[in-house]
Design a protein around this ligand. Structure first.
Ligand SMILES: [Zn+2]
Length: 340
């Protein structure tokens, strides 16, 4: 049987000791929980099937154009007219695609807000679904600043629009791919006032609950989250809150494309949109670069602007996601998921 048979905790003491100082500072910021000291990996590595098909070719210029167009709407916090304009912008790019709208009202500490997840579905020949997600809202407490979340939300939302271009009009000889633009990911009150997990992830949690109730979740083979990976200085973390074997697949995809130097030099433990799927037993991987500027200084500040991004980073992130999907298509069987 292929797959992970035994897990062990491997202590990366020396590397992590060097990182400890920065990590402690990062941990004080809300997305991170306690600084981790161990990474789970397989003793017997996952076997990766060969992939002799043509390499993925993201159009990075077009992805960057989408990012620029999204940020031009300005701040897009829940309940704002800009938020509605961005929803309409996505819909205009997904005309003719199979789209599921998931709209509901979120009860938040600062009132009730309309929330709108958008799901574009690209069918495959194989039974099962791979989800690629990105949130698109901007941080509500920063709504009266010039904060536009160029990297945090816009970069990956634009990336998903380009992934839609790559998937559209082709017969997928593999799993169905669903692209999810999830909403109300950001906290509604400052994280100094309330725990991030109690006041965030409203949209993606709603989708996970809905798909659990209607049986969709059983068909989801993997959940891949893209967050803050348009950073020109791209260093994607290995996330300890993700599924180890799926992180291994992402690492293999990066290696095959020659992008491995941008992946997993640093280990982190991130609370993010993947947790509602992880908690419901879906193998999940959070692709996040949580060092955005020295000591993450641009994160959740008006300095999160497009000049910090690069088309090359979007290309690396997008191609690795596409290659990860292709490897998953061919892995037979996938390591078992738990409890969904
Ligand atoms: Zn954010």
């Amino acid at each position: 049987m292929r797959g992970v048979r035994m897990l062990s905790r491997i202590l990366l003491a020396s590397a992590l000791a060097l990182l400890a100082c920065d990590r402690d500072k990062e941990a004080a910021q809300s997305k991170n929980s306690d600084a981790p000291l161990a990474v789970e990996s397989s003793i017997e590595p996952v076997s990766f099937p060969a992939d002799n098909g043509p390499l993925p070719q993201m159009d990075s210029g077009r992805a960057m154009q989408y990012v620029n167009e999204i940020v031009k709407f300005g701040p897009r916090p829940l309940g704002s007219s800009n938020h509605k304009k961005v929803e309409d912008y996505f819909d205009s790019h997904l005309k003719g695609d199979q789209v599921e709208d998931d709209s509901f009202t979120a009860k938040t500490p600062v009132g009730d807000f309309p929330v709108h997840n958008i799901v574009a579905k690209f069918p495959g020949t194989k039974d099962g679904i791979i989800i690629v997600a990105s949130h698109y809202d901007t941080n509500y407490p920063l709504r009266n600043t010039s904060y536009i979340g160029a990297n945090d939300g816009a970069s990956t939302s634009g990336l998903l629009l380009e992934l839609a271009n790559q998937l559209r009009g082709k017969t997928r000889d593999g799993y169905s791919v669903w692209l999810v633009w999830d909403d109300a990911e950001e906290a509604m009150v400052p994280d100094t006032q309330m725990d991030f997990m109690a006041d965030s992830l409203y949209g993606i949690t709603h989708l996970a609950d809905k798909w659990k109730a209607d049986g969709t979740l059983k068909k989801v083979k993997a959940f891949i989250l893209a967050d803050m990976i348009g950073d020109a200085d791209l260093d994607i973390d290995r996330d300890l809150n993700s599924t180890p074997w799926l992180e291994d697949v992402v690492g293999e995809a990066a290696r095959r494309l020659g992008y491995q130097s941008h992946f997993f030099a640093r280990t982190n433990k991130v609370s993010d949109d993947h947790l509602p799927f992880m908690d419901r037993g879906v193998p999940s991987a959070d692709l996040i670069d949580f060092t955005y500027g020295y000591n993450n200084v641009f994160w959740h500040t008006p300095q999160d602007t497009v000049d910090k991004l690069s088309p090359k980073s979007l290309e690396i992130s997008g191609n690795v996601i596409l290659e990860t999907i292709r490897i998953l298509d061919k892995m037979e069987p996938l390591p078992p998921s738990k409890g969904n």
